[in-house]
Design a protein around this ligand. Structure first.
Ligand code: NAD
Ligand code: UGA
Length: 358
């Protein structure tokens, strides 16, 4: 923290990352937080905290913007987490996704620029789109220059407009560009974070219990295990992801708050290179882990089927092939290295879902 008591505006504070950030900020730091979200069920335990003030409203109405501006004037930093960020919605609610990740955020960027307040904005690793390697014959993954994701070098490559999967990535990219333009033209202090698949308790809803639709992969596989239904590998489960524990990720965010001079005016990948898996490997690892959690060895053979992306997500879906982050920015500037292995992150997360939903 820069001064004794930091004042924070947190937008989208009731979601997965917001709930974990609040846990740590309120437990470990002297700070005063004003949070905005429509949902508060993941942060119930903090609602009565004297240092936390919940505004249960959208961030996009003119009345809310007025209220947010008053708070921004008094605050040191604005942390923006608000978004629609579930891949099943990118091609099925494209206009809502673009509004949520671009147009709803633009007035907030302007307010931060006007008052010269540090804007920490959550973008996504999806801004990189597909790797160069994936467009080459035989998908050449031997040369890291063709697939490693470097914040200030890697080109951002997205598919055609008809593949509406890219509405989210494109809106986030435009938001990054607007933030950067305001930085260059009016000295807006900023930090852009590109998370790579944070996993942890409270990540997503379980369909049929506390939500409807198709959540992110962790909750999809978890639902299959809880409901004794097959796990589905989209297009054979060859896509790769690097998974980082939410606790490692929150460590990185807290370091940014502690080291504003290193964190400001930078873009950071936050991920874990050691935890790379294909989705087929993830499904297998999850059924093995669930057998350990429940003591029921039948889960080791839980059925895994394959399904086409068209059947699973509908028309307009296209996948990111691989996300291998270069983490040298976060290591050099913040002194951050993720530590939690995938097996531990999965055990903790799946145990949470087992305790709460089984
Ligand atoms: P989440 O869906 O759990 O949280 C987002 C929160 O924003 C929700 O609680 C939602 O109610 C709130 N919100 C959305 N629109 C709002 C509005 N108009 N007004 C008020 N609140 C609103 O998502 P998350 O996983 O916590 O992600 C947070 C941010 O990080 C998002 O910007 C997302 O794009 C980005 N991100 C997350 C991951 C990840 O692995 N979790 C990866 C890449 C990017
Ligand atoms: C996610 C979301 O876009 C965002 O939360 C975030 O911005 C981004 O991660 C990120 O970390 O940067 P993605 O990893 O594609 O993107 O989303 P998941 O739903 O978790 O899917 C991961 C992979 O699993 C995809 O290949 C998907 O096709 C596959 N999948 C998903 C399955 O094989 N089976 C399922 O049941 C669900």
């Amino acid at each position: 923290m820069t001064r004794e008591k930091m004042r924070i505006v947190m937008l989208g504070c009731g979601g997965f990352i917001g709930s974990h950030l609040l846990d740590r900020l309120l437990a470990e730091n002297e700070c005063e937080i004003h949070g905005w979200d429509l949902a508060d069920y993941k942060i119930k335990e903090h609602l009565a905290h004297p240092k936390f003030h919940m505004h249960r409203s959208t961030i996009s109405s003119p009345a809310a913007l007025q209220e947010i501006e008053q708070e921004i004037e008094k605050s040191d930093i604005v942390i923006n987490l608000a978004a629609i960020c579930n891949p099943a919605e990118y091609n099925t609610r494209p206009l809502d996704v673009i509004h949520s990740n671009l147009f709803d955020i633009y007035p907030l960027i302007e307010l931060c620029a006007k008052h010269k307040r540090w804007l920490m904005s959550f973008s996504t690793s999806e801004v990189y789109g597909r790797t160069v390697a994936s467009y080459l014959p035989n998908n050449n993954y031997e040369d890291p220059n063709l697939f490693e994701l470097r914040e200030n070098e890697t080109p951002l490559i997205m598919g055609p407009i008809s593949n509406q999967r890219w509405t989210y990535a494109c809106a986030k990219q435009m938001t990054e560009r607007l933030i950067y333009a305001h930085h260059m033209e009016s000295q807006l202090p900023f930090t852009v974070i590109r998370p790579l698949n944070f996993f942890g308790p409270k990540m997503d809803y379980i369909p049929g219990r506390d939500g409807e639709g198709v959540p992110r992969v962790l909750a999809c596989f978890m639902t299959a295990l809880l409901d004794n239904k097959p796990m589905y590998l989209v297009d054979g489960g060859e896509a790769r992801r690097t998974i980082v524990s939410i606790h490692d990720a929150i460590d990185a965010l807290l370091l940014m708050l502690k080291k504003p001079h290193q964190a400001q005016n930078q873009v950071f990948n936050i991920g874990n290179r050691e935890n790379e898996v294909t989705m087929a490997e993830l499904a297998d690892l999850m059924r093995q882990t669930y057998a350990r959690i429940t003591g029921d060895m039948n889960y080791k053979e839980h059925p895994i089927l394959t399904i086409s992306s068209q059947d699973f997500y509908g028309k307009g879906y296209e996948d990111c092939d691989r996300r291998m982050p270069d983490l040298s920015q976060a290591q050099t500037l913040l002194g951050w290295t993720p530590k939690i292995p995938l097996t531990d992150a999965l055990f903790e997360t799946m145990d949470f879902y087992h305790q709460n939903y089984a």
